[in-house]
Design a protein around this ligand. Structure first.
Ligand SMILES: Nc1ncnc2c1ncn2[C@@H]1O[C@H](COP(=O)(O)OP(=O)(O)OP(=O)(O)O)[C@@H](O)[C@H]1O
Ligand SMILES: [Mg+2]
Length: 423
């Protein structure tokens, strides 16, 4: 929330995507597409992600039942009526609000096998209902992209889309409920206890697996909006990617990139993509590097409340990443030294490579996953290291003093905090 979204150069994006989108606009009762395209049926592109496509016969008429079939039978998505979801969220009650993003408000709700009571019961499941409040084609387009991708992609590190509602002008999405909310809240809300090192590494690995799955799919998918608010956590802190509204098919054949309207979030989008609109999976790798850096430092990718020179996390942190001793100065002070030194060095090296100015030298997400795996169980805690205390900067010492649960530098130096303290 509060991120500055990138929106520009709409022409290319619109031309390359409008047909697919118009097809489903027709499927939604009572809504007229802005531009009619040729054939309105469901075109399957097996075995990768399939699209509601408009390729083919120019004179065909819209085929709403086929599209409804596609969403419900093929994608196994449940079609909800608006009033069902209104009941599920108890009339979109403000106190059931889970969060708010650029495209709408997300509410907690309860649904049953049939219908939706809005009440917690033995037979009900908890869901998150996103109500798009954005008018016009952009919001609708992203709603469609989300239904199309998330409806077809299934992976333990992707949020599950349960169903949708598309009545008149209303567009809603129903997801599995992620009990611990977004990584953004855990990392940056002062009211939340700091995430332990072990949790951070678990979340980084889960999110990396989600991206690796998308890039490795037979028809690769570029996620395009990788950031902490789109990484959701279940009750066991398993990370799942949400928000596929900006996702795109990867380049095909001998194409090196996809040309798109530049979209995403400042602070996370790869610089070459922002400059050229040329999108590749390497742009996602860059964004992953930014998130990894946020996990390491506890700082936001873009923070204008910081002193000059520290607003942009990547620019500020880059010089520290390859210096193994100086690196310890930028590790999140809220961890109070409770992190693995070797793990931090390895993670910083991954971030450094992901954030390379030369996209071709960025690693593949499958390699990132492999490198992160062994970092899950490292226990060489920094607080037991002389270098940690000696290397702490004035700023860090000051920040540490401000922490609510403070341990004295002497305690830290003596390594009095045991490994068992690590969650
Ligand atoms: N399935 C879910 N389960 C639990 N909470 C969720 C779920 N989906 C979203 N949320 C909460 O709602 C918030 C808003 O999500 P949303 O994706 O609409 O916006 P955002 O990611 O904050 O911003 P943006 O519009 O830039 O993507 C999330 O940060 C999260 O806290
Ligand atoms: Mg989001």
């Amino acid at each position: 929330m509060g991120d500055e979204k990138l929106h520009s150069c709409s022409l290319i994006y619109f031309c390359s995507n409008s047909c697919k989108e118009e097809t489903v606009v027709d499927a939604c009762k009572g809504t007229k597409p802005a531009v009619r395209s040729s054939q309105h049926n469901v075109h399957m592109r097996s075995p990768s992600v399939q699209h509601m496509s408009s390729e083919g016969n120019e004179n065909s008429t819209p085929s709403t039942p086929k599209i409804e079939d596609f969403l419900q039978k093929k994608l196994k998505l449940r079609a909800f009526t608006y009033s069902e979801l209104k009941a599920a969220t108890r009339n979109f009650r403000p106190d059931s609000t889970l969060g708010e993003g650029g495209f709408g408000t997300v509410y907690k709700g309860w649904i049953d096998e049939i219908g939706s009571s809005g009440l917690k019961s033995a037979s009900s499941i908890t869901v998150a209902v996103k109500v798009l409040n954005q008018e016009g084609s952009q919001g609708h387009r992203e709603w469609l992209t989300e239904v199309n991708y998330l409806g077809q992609l299934r992976h333990p590190n992707l949020v599950k889309l349960i169903g949708y509602s598309c009545e008149n002008e209303d567009r809603l999405l129903v997801y599995e409920f992620m009990a611990r909310g977004s990584l953004e809240n855990h990392l940056f809300r002062k009211s939340k206890p700091p995430l332990s090192w072990a949790m951070r590494m678990k979340i980084a690995l889960g999110a990396a697996k989600g991206l690796a799955f998308l890039h490795g799919a037979e028809k690769s998918v570029i996620y395009r909006d990788f950031k902490t608010s789109n990484i959701l956590l279940d009750s066991d802190y398993n990370a799942k990617l949400s928000d596929f509204g900006l996702a795109k098919d990867g380049p095909e054949g001998d194409q090196t990139h996809v040309s798109t309207r530049v979209m995403g979030t400042y602070g996370y989008a790869a610089p070459e993509y922002v400059m050229t609109g040329h999108l590749t999976w390497r742009s996602d790798v860059y964004s992953f590097g930014v998130v990894l850096l946020e996990l390491l430092t506890g700082r936001k990718s873009m923070d204008k409340t910081r002193p000059n020179g520290e607003h942009n996390l990547v620019e500020w942190a880059r010089p520290y990443l390859r210096d193994q001793r100086r690196l310890l100065q930028i590790i999140d002070p809220r961890l109070e030294g409770m992190y693995s030194v070797k793990g931090a060095q390895k993670a910083a090296s991954i971030a450094f490579h992901c954030l390379s100015h030369t996209p071709k030298t960025r690693p593949m997400m499958s390699d990132v996953v492999q490198t992160l795996e062994p970092l899950q169980h490292m226990r060489d805690m920094a607080n037991a290291s002389y270098f940690f205390v000696a290397g702490m900067t004035e700023t860090q010492n000051q920040e540490s003093k401000n922490l609510s649960v403070m341990r004295s530098p002497m305690q830290v130096a003596l390594g009095k905090l045991s490994v068992a303290d690590v969650a």
